[in-house]
Design a protein around this ligand. Sequence first.
Ligand code: UTP
Length: 476
Amino acid sequence: MNRNTLIKEYPRYNKHINDVFEAGQTHIFKWWNEISPPEKKHLLEQIASIDFPFVRKLFNDSIQQTTRVVKGDMVPPQIITIPKDIFECEIAQKARKIGENALQKGEIAVLTVAGGHGTRLGVNGPKGTLPIAPISSKTIFQLHAEKICATQQKYHTCIPWYIMTSETNDLVTKTFFQDNQFFGLDPSQVCFFTQGMFPAVDFQGKLLMDSKSNVVMSPNGHGGTIVALKGKGILEDMKRRGIKNIFYHQVDNVLIKIADPVFIGYHLRDKADVSLKVVKKCHPEEKVGVVVCVNKNLHLVEYSELSRDEMCAKNEDGTLKYNAGSIAVHIISIDFLEKIHQKGESLPYHAAVKKVSCINENGNMINPEKSNAIKFESFIFDVLKYVKKGVVMEVVREEEFSPVKNMEGENSPVTAKQDMVNLFGRWLRNAGISIPINSQNNVIGLIEISPHFALDEEELKNKIGKNLQFNGFLNL
Ligand code: UTP
């Protein structure tokens, strides 16, 4: 396709058309004469949203050997561990009071990141719309909504809920909430915003297309939250509502303790910029990012960045040295976000080699059997490099972390449902009810406790009689 003809036809896109030519990406105009005027407009709009020199730079960086980004001696971070005695329980109770106070004052918002494509899970539609509750089959979004609702009632407060989507799932997510009357929440407290998109390239750095008029674009990673919060006016909206701190979590963790007052309390007590929840790793090779300290700053090292020696390093008592597995639950201070925006700080992009369906040079769709593309994403935890004060709080994995990532096997709907049943089983057992378990410690039977009935073990204890008999099925 001729550059001048294109510019003559669409002078408004002059700069962007030139960008395409200068970046050597002219193959995206290969079918220009076959596509309709609206499709041409769509393609030009996509082109206008792409920073071509930046894509080239990221591609060039990605083909160079990458090693750990942060240099320096790595040591385990200081962690608020799970209370072991009455003294530590009292400290946690004090933190809880601080957190509850902030909730009552309406200073906490919940931010759920739900912009991912959920490619490993592979179901149609946003992950949050997946039916998951063990008996009622409530969806993930409904469970989160009910937790927020119950927390509001408990603390006589309002908790604004911000949901980050991406262009690909925004409309269907919003429609899902509308069709379900926002699960009992006031629609004005639920706010959706979209994250940025970034093109995928092949191993030569060429943009991929999945139709003759569409460049393959993917959400720019959960780190895209930081830019979108500012760019989409969300920080301003939060400030207008009196929010001081954001409780951040990923949509797919079905055990999430939304707006946990103890966690909020520690964050506030220590005047932290960002706080993180961690769990002990299951085994040294577990594929989870580990929170460490480098040059006195918190840092998250991805499992792929740890050497074998570091992965298996032990403390004197035989426990793993780098054992603080991040579960991507954070509290982020609004003041901190304002500061990094003012300084114009940004997060780096990471390259990932993936399978991406696209059209070939004949315009035919191909679903590759092996990886054929590089996607670029930024990660929320890279914000740690700007953090002066961060709190790391350890929690019990079985109580707070069960993500739905895969269709089968580990971190799948089956394990998520079982983890919920097991959690409710433990709450009941601690309330004095006999609950049978099998050799894998799984409850024999089905239990579901609605967030409206009890948000935690304490609430449950106060609501049920000691003479409750579990006959293999309990839906409260
Ligand atoms: P994952 O990295 O597990 O991605 O995201 P995913 O989209 O859920 O699944 P895969 O990797 O494609 O199989 C963890 C969380 O971050 C959100 C996801 O929605 C999920 O809550 N996320 C991820 C975003 O909001 N935006 C992104 O660009 C990527």
